[in-house]
Design a protein around this ligand. Structure first.
Ligand code: ADP
Ligand code: MG
Length: 484
C-alpha cells in the first residue's frame, strides 16, 4: 500500500508507471555507422540513412542489440529470441523518414523486475513490462531565430532502449528510487551513461489516482521529464490536479502533458493517441532479429556483479549497515574502490573514510572517483598508519588533505613532516612534568577537584608536541600526576 493523499472530500492513492528512454552506448547509431557522440556541431553526425535519403537501407548495429540483451538480463527479464522491428508512422519536422523504427508486438526483452531502495530503508519490487529498441528523432531548435526553426539531425537514428515499467509505483519517492536504480544498473553494465542532463536518460511519467482499493484510474502521460527533481515535482502536481478534478465530480481525460519546471505545473500537449493512430507494421527493410540462446547465455555469464547483489555481499561479508552498503554500491567505481581498501582492514572505518573525507573532497572539487588524487592503495596505507598507532585520527585527516593536494603517499608525508605520534611514554612524561612545574596554580586547581581543568593541560601538551603526542597517553599521565 502506497502513501495516501487527502483531498478535501476523499482519500486517494497515486499510481505511477514509467517509460524510461535510455540512449545506448553503442558507438554508432541503431541503423547507420554515424557516431552518436553528444555535443557535436549541429548536423555533423548525419549519414544518408539518418537523413532518410531515398533508397537508403538500415543496417542493424550489433552493439545496440548486445546492450539491450545485457540490460534485459540485468533487470531479470525474459529475452525474446525473436523480435521484430516495426515502423511507427507519424509526421514531425525532425523525423525525416516520416516514421520511427521501433519494436511493437515483439520486443527484444519481455517481463522483468527491479528492486528499489526507499528512503525509509525499505524496498519494493517494480515490474518491468518490456524493453524495446528504437531510433531517436532529431531536434527542432525554435529559439535561434525570430521567425525560423532549425533542425539538428545529429540525434536522428541514435539507439534508444525504451524500458516500460508496470504501474507498480505509488509515490514520487518510489518513482525516483526506480529511476535511480535503473540508472545505477545501466551504468554498472555500461549500457548507458545515465546522464539525464544531456538527455541520455529521460522518462515519460504516467500518473493516475484512485480511491484506495479501487481499480486503476485513467492516466495522463507527462512526456520527456529529464531530472529526478522534475519527476518528483511533476508527479506531485499531476496527482493533485487529478484529485481536484475528480472531487469536483468531473472525469480525467487521457492526455499527453508536459511538465513546466518554471511554473511547476503540467500542461496539455495533446489528447492521447492510440497505437492504431501510428499504423504500426513490420519494417520491410529489416529481417526479424533472431538470437541464439548460447549468445544470450554468454552475455549473462559476462555481466558484472550488479548493485543489489553487491549490496547484500557488503552487508553479509563486511558487516556494513544497509544504508552504508547502498551508498557504496550506487556507483560501480565506488564499490570497487571500497572492496580494494576494505580487504584486511576494518570495513566500518574504511566506509567512514570513503563516505566522509573522500566523498567530501570529490564533491568540493567537483571530481569523479576516477580523477581522485588519492587512490584506493594510498587510502589503505593511510588507514594502516592509524591502525598501527603511527598517527592519530586527527593527524590522519591533515595527512589526507596533503595527499589530496600533492599526490604523495601517506608514509612520505608523515616521514618528511615528522608527524609520527609520540607514543614513547618517557618522552611525553618529560613534557608533562615541565608544563606542570611551570603552571602550579592550574595544577592545584585540578588537584582541588576541578577535573575540567585537566583539559587545559592536555591542550598545553598537545601544543608543545605539535599535536603528535598520543592523546590517550597524555591523559593517563596527567591524571596520575595530578591526583590529589
Ligand atoms: P501506451 O503504449 O499506450 O503508452 P501502455 O499500456 O504500454 O500504454 O502503458 C504505458 C505506461 O503507462 C506503462 O509504464 C504503464 O505502467 C503505465 N500505466 C498504464 N496504466 C496506468 C494507470 N492507470 N496509471 C498509471 N500508469 C499506468
Ligand atoms: Mg507510451
Amino acid at each position: 500500500m502506497g502513501e495516501i493523499l487527502k483531498g478535501t472530500k476523499d482519500e486517494w492513492e497515486v499510481v505511477i508507471g514509467l517509460e524510461v528512454h535510455a540512449q545506448v552506448l553503442a558507438g554508432s547509431k541503431l541503423f547507420s555507422g554515424a557516431t552518436a557522440e553528444f555535443g557535436a556541431e549541429p548536423n555533423s553526425q548525419v549519414s544518408f540513412v539518418d537523413a532518410a535519403m531515398p533508397g537508403m537501407l538500415p543496417v542493424l548495429n550489433e552493439e545496440s542489440v548486445r546492450q539491450a540483451v545485457r540490460t534485459g538480463l540485468a533487470v531479470n527479464a525474459i529475452i525474446n529470441l525473436r523480435s521484430v522491428f516495426a515502423r511507427k508512422n507519424y509526421f514531425y519536422p525532425d523525423l525525416p523518414q516520416g516514421y520511427q523504427i521501433s519494436q511493437y508486438e515483439l520486443p527484444i526483452v519481455g517481463e522483468g523486475a527491479v528492486e528499489i531502495d526507499l528512503p525509509d530503508g525499505g524496498g519494493k519490487t517494480i515490474g518491468i513490462e518490456r524493453l524495446h529498441l528504437e531510433q531517436d528523432a532529431g531536434k527542432s531548435l525554435h529559439d535561434l531565430h525570430p521567425t525560423k526553426s532549425y533542425i539538428d539531425l545529429n540525434r536522428s537514428g541514435v539507439t534508444l532502449m525504451e524500458i516500460v515499467s508496470k504501474p507498480d509505483m505509488s509515490s514520487a519517492d518510489e518513482a525516483v528510487a526506480y529511476i535511480a536504480k535503473l540508472r545505477s544498473i545501466l551504468r554498472y553494465i555500461g549500457a548507458c551513461d545515465g546522464n539525464m542532463q544531456n538527455g541520455s536518460m529521460r522518462a515519460d511519467v504516467n500518473v493516475s489516482v484512485r480511491n484506495p482499493g479501487d481499480k486503476l484510474g485513467t492516466r495522463c502521460e507527462i512526456k520527456n521529464v529529464n531530472s529526478l527533481r522534475f519527476v518528483r515535482q511533476a508527479i506531485n502536481f499531476e496527482a493533485r490536479r487529478q484529485i481536484e478534478i475528480l472531487e469536483n465530480g468531473d472525469i480525467i481525460d487521457q492526455e499527453t502533458r508536459l511538465y513546466d519546471p518554471d511554473r511547476d505545473e503540467t500542461r496539455l500537449m495533446r489528447s492521447k493517441e492510440d497505437a492504431h493512430d501510428y499504423r504500426y507494421f513490420p519494417d520491410p527493410d529489416l529481417l526479424p532479429l533472431d538470437l541464439e540462446q548460447s549468445y544470450v547465455d554468454e552475455l549473462k555469464a559476462d555481466l558484472p556483479e550488479l548493485p543489489d547483489i553487491r549490496k547484500k555481499r557488503f552487508v553479509a561479508d563486511y558487516g556494513l549497515s544497509v544504508y552504508d552498503a547502498s551508498v557504496l554500491v550506487a556507483e560501480r567505481d565506488t564499490g570497487d574502490y571500497f572492496d580494494s581498501v576494505a580487504k584486511n582492514r576494518d570495513p566500518k572505518q574504511v566506509a567512514n573514510w570513503i563516505t566522509g573525507e573522500l566523498f567530501g573532497h570529490l564533491k568540493k572539487n567537483d571530481l569523479t572517483l576516477k580523477e581522485a588524487p588519492v587512490s584506493a592503495k594510498k587510502l589503505g596505507e593511510l588507514i594502516d598508519l592509524i591502525t598501527n598507532n603511527t598517527i592519530s585520527g586527527r593527524t590522519a585527516k591533515e595527512v589526507f588533505e596533503k595527499m589530496w593536494r600533492t599526490g604523495s603517499d601517506a608514509n612520505e608525508i608523515v616521514e618528511s613532516e615528522g608527524l609520527k605520534q609520540i607514543t614513547d611514554a618517557g618522552a611525553i612524561e618529560i613534557i608533562v612534568d615541565k608544563i606542570i612545574a611551570e603552571n602550579p596554580k592550574n595544577a592545584d586547581e585540578v588537584r582541588g577537584g576541578n577535573s575540567k581543568a585537566i583539559g587545559w593541560f592536555v591542550g598545553q601538551v598537545m601544543q608543545a608536541t605539535a599535536g603528535k603526542a598520543n592523546p590517550k597517553a597524555v591523559n593517563e599521565l596527567l591524571r596520575n600526576k595530578l591526583k590529589d
